[in-house]
Ligand binder design. Structure first.
Ligand code: FAD
Ligand code: NAP
Length: 536
């Protein structure tokens, strides 16, 4: 049966967050017919959806921003060290305006399927708006933290009060004034929103399954001098970030935490803590993510701060994490999180001591009590890195389903392509540095690499590119080896897929370092796309 196409394109981009937006700009500049589709009604991805109180970035805004246009970075002004969600969303809209991107974005449209046509060497992409698109390439810019996850709690649909997910917060905001509010979860989203909600609500109850290590953000307005100094050598700063381990500037640690005296270590950690510099603690020594004993020195330093801040010793102890090395779950940055638990109307429920048994029409019922609420906030995270990809019904060679191929864990070559799925690219995909980095740096690197690759095919008169199974196997083995040299696999984290029941437990991102990874990708392209099969 011949398909009736509604649109013909060179490249379909799925997603119009920062990755999708830069892809349109870049590919259009190279003369490709490109169109992005997003389920959202506007640009910004993460910053369109996550509108909960207190939402802001935790990579310095001067670095969590695009570097591809020197005039853009010189003219845009960030107001704070870590900008708020509304400001980052304004930035995303500014990008869309500045490069006239919206004419090539179809909003409020979800991509549902894509099927590879062997004979024509093209993808057929369908959407929930009835589009049937014929395209040579598809780039999944669907985001790594874009498939929200509700907890598996019985009765969740029964609650008659207001309930919200941090990842899909209403545009008009929520009035917490005087209300009895429950927050379920204590990850980054909860840790940012709890102090804000506590400011106006009547009662706040936080349900904590696992305590997290959180560090003071030290957020502040940006001074003119700091901004001018950064802008005077923006190119230098960007280059340093690209070559760094985590895609951010900062000093490189050369010493083991165990080589210095406890007093010196303590002074170093304290300086980082007081300055609101995460890197001053977790980046202070070169073995904090590889050596348990070294790691414990930083972990205990944070626990000491928790005990110091939180007045009630039982609550303080409940907030102290012991079950994972510090840094092996995504570190959280906060503004007054631990202090919030000193407020008389704020209570912590430790779910290691009592279970949530069910949610009723009016309450959350634990094994010990029935607690009534006006509002429940689910800050329960995402099906990270693979969730939004496998939600699309992707059929590659011989009708193979990507979701099936990944049922034991994702397998990619460089986190960019998958064997058996030609001309399908992922931005910040699994087995690339992705969520372990300043994502702006990784997004730009992937978009540049993908655009160069697609352009190379056109110049060589080639129709398709595909990862070879051998190169993919070698890359997967390499990413696992590198992860196994670290403490990351010890945590039940979303990095490990551990937050989603039934999800295979594998370390999802690549922990080899942003700079090293970039060099590998560039070298592979220079060597004629080594490990990829190119065909006409
Ligand atoms: P996203 O911004 O996630 O955009 C993906 C888009 O794809 C979404 O709009 C979604 O609607 C769309 N989409 C997905 N599937 C489909 C489909 N099938 N059809 C149509 N549309 C689809 N990273 C940092 O480096 N620093 C930070 O400080 C930081 N803070 C964060 C704070 C929060 C609250 C969250 C959730 C993430 C944060 N991140 C941070 C990670 C953040 O996701 C990235 O920095 C970046 O914004 C990702 O951009 P993206 O374009 O790749 O994906
Ligand atoms: P998250 O880190 O996965 O946290 C989810 C929380 O919900 C965890 O505390 C989890 O407990 C808890 N939870 C899940 N299911 C539960 C259940 N059934 N019962 C009780 N508790 C349950 O999600 P997130 O906070 O949205 O953050 C995800 C990522 O987005 C971050 O790690 C970060 O990369 C990014 N982010 C960044 C910022 C920022 O500061 N810039 C802000 C928000 C998000 P367990 O730990 O036990 O699983």
């Amino acid at each position: 049966m011949t398909q009736k196409f509604t649109t013909e394109l060179d490249v379909v981009v799925v997603g119009a967050g920062f990755a999708g937006m830069y892809l349109i700009h870049k590919l259009r500049g190279l003369g490709f017919r490109v169109r992005a589709y997003d389920a959202a009604s506007g640009v910004g991805g993460t910053w369109y959806w996550n509108r909960y109180p207190g939402a802001r970035c935790d990579v310095r805004s001067l670095e969590y921003s695009f570097s591809f246009d020197p005039e853009l970075e010189q003219t845009w002004e960030w107001s704070e060290k870590f900008s708020t969600q509304p400001e980052i969303l304004r930035y995303a809209n500014h990008i869309a305006d500045r490069y006239d991107l919206r004419r090539d974005i179809q909003f409020s449209t979800r991509v549902e399927s894509q099927t590879w046509d062997e004979e024509r060497a093209r993808w057929t992409v369908t959407t929930d708006a009835g589009d049937v698109i014929d395209a040579q390439h598809v780039v999944l810019a669907v985001g790594t933290l874009s498939a929200p996850k509700l907890p598996e709690i019985p009765g969740i649909d029964r609650f008659k009060g207001e309930w919200y997910q941090t990842q899909k917060f209403p545009k008009e905001g929520v009035d917490f004034a005087g209300k009895r509010v429950a927050v379920i979860g204590t990850g980054s989203s909860a840790i940012q929103s709890i102090p804000e909600i506590a400011k106006t609500c009547g009662q706040l109850t936080v349900f904590q399954r696992t305590p997290n290590f959180s560090f003071p953000a030290g957020n502040r307005p940006l001074g003119r001098r700091e901004v001018d100094d950064t802008k005077a050598d923006y190119a230098g700063l960007r280059q340093e970030a690209r070559e760094s381990f985590f895609g951010q500037t900062g000093p490189e640690a050369l010493q083991s935490a165990l080589e210095v005296s406890p007093e010196e270590r303590e002074a170093t950690y304290r300086e980082g803590w007081e300055a609101g510099q995460l890197i001053g603690i977790l980046g202070a020594y070169n073995d904090l993510i590889t050596n348990k004993e070294a790691n414990e020195t930083a972990a205990e330093f944070v626990r000491e701060r928790i005990r110091e801040i939180v007045k009630d010793p039982v609550t303080a102890e409940a907030l102290c994490p012991y079950n994972h090395p510090v840094g092996t779950k995504r570190p959280c940055l906060d503004t007054g999180y631990y202090n919030t638990f000193n407020m008389p109307h704020v209570r912590l429920i430790d779910l290691r001591k009592t279970d949530i048994e069910e949610i009723t029409e009016t309450s959350i019922r634990t094994s010990e009590e029935d607690l009534e609420f006006d509002i429940i906030i689910y800050a329960t995270g995402f099906d990270a890195m693979t969730g939004s990809i496998v939600k699309i019904d992707i059929r590659g060679r011989e009708g193979r389903s990507l979701a099936d191929e990944w049922k034991d864990g994702p397998a990619t070559y460089l986190g960019l392509m998958v064997a058996g799925f030609p001309n399908l690219f992922t931005v910040t995909g699994p087995q690339s540095p992705s969520v372990l980095s300043n994502m702006m740096v990784s997004i730009e690197q992937h978009v540049d690499w993908i655009s160069d690759c697609v352009d190379h095919l056109r110049q060589q008169g080639l129709r398709a590119i595909e990862a070879t199974p051998q190169a993919q196997n070698d890359w997967v083995a390499h990413t696992n080896e590198v992860a196994d040299e670290t403490l990351y696999p010890l945590a039940n984290s979303w990095y490990m897929g551990a937050n989603v029941p039934g999800k295979p437990r594998v370390f999802l991102p690549y922990i080899g370092g942003v700079g090293v990874y970039r060099e590998k990708c560039d070298e592979i392209a220079r060597e004629g796309y080594k490990g990829f099969a190119l065909s006409n």
